[in-house]
Design a protein. Sequence first.
Length: 276
Amino acid sequence: MMHFDFEFFLVVASAVTGLLWLADVLLFARLRREPSLSKTKKEPLIIEYSRAFFPVLLAVLVLRSFIVEPFRIPSGSMMPSLLVGDFILVNKFSYGLRLPVTHKRITPGALPKRGDVIVFRYPQDQSQDYIKRVIGLPGDHIAYYNRRLTVNGKPLGMEPVELYQGLGDVNQMQGASGCDRRGAGCQVFVESIDDVEYTVMTNPGALYGRDGEVFVPQGHYFVMGDNRDHSNDSRFWGYVPEENLVGKAIMIWMHWDWRENGSGLDISRIGRSISQ
């Protein structure tokens, strides 16, 4: 999820408007009341705007930095759990509070668990936010062969459910690869890890993927997308460092698929909880 550095903008804007307002309260307002400065008694427009915007900017900064932050899902890597056009809320204090911009952790918080859906700064380009599911914790042995996961020698439960319907008729939209570009015709499974159950999707005809096994280093997490054959995740670029964690995805608050032939506004997805 690429984004404009709104956090940095909020910090700067809050600091500038707050300092201007404070300077006016401590100095300029008093000077304007002096009889000798009667021509400058009117409050400058910039001070008026600063006084009006500072509380709003500060409130938004505190809310999105320490409590909850909205994100938009731009790709299908987490289908069928999360769809293109889902707008989600991310709990910012689940894994410890972090200062804005510097991202330095200031409270301990909990540790991510297997099955958590997390937002993190992409290790290869920290200007991008990614969303994936935690599969491996520090020290875990992860194996992935023939679209089946094994964690510490224990195969994960994986029960077939249905073919993903996607948009339109599956028989018309299904291609040679087994699924169409929106996922219609892909096989949906219920996968379980520890006490968490969630849905994943595979495309038997896809060549995209990578088998192998790894040990997760200390201070890092192994993550995967639920759309297993169409996800750029730890199988390809490695692990998520603990310091890159942004927060835990908790809820869909709106869905709007803006693409051509997209679903548009789908109120049925609003308010859906995101599986741990």
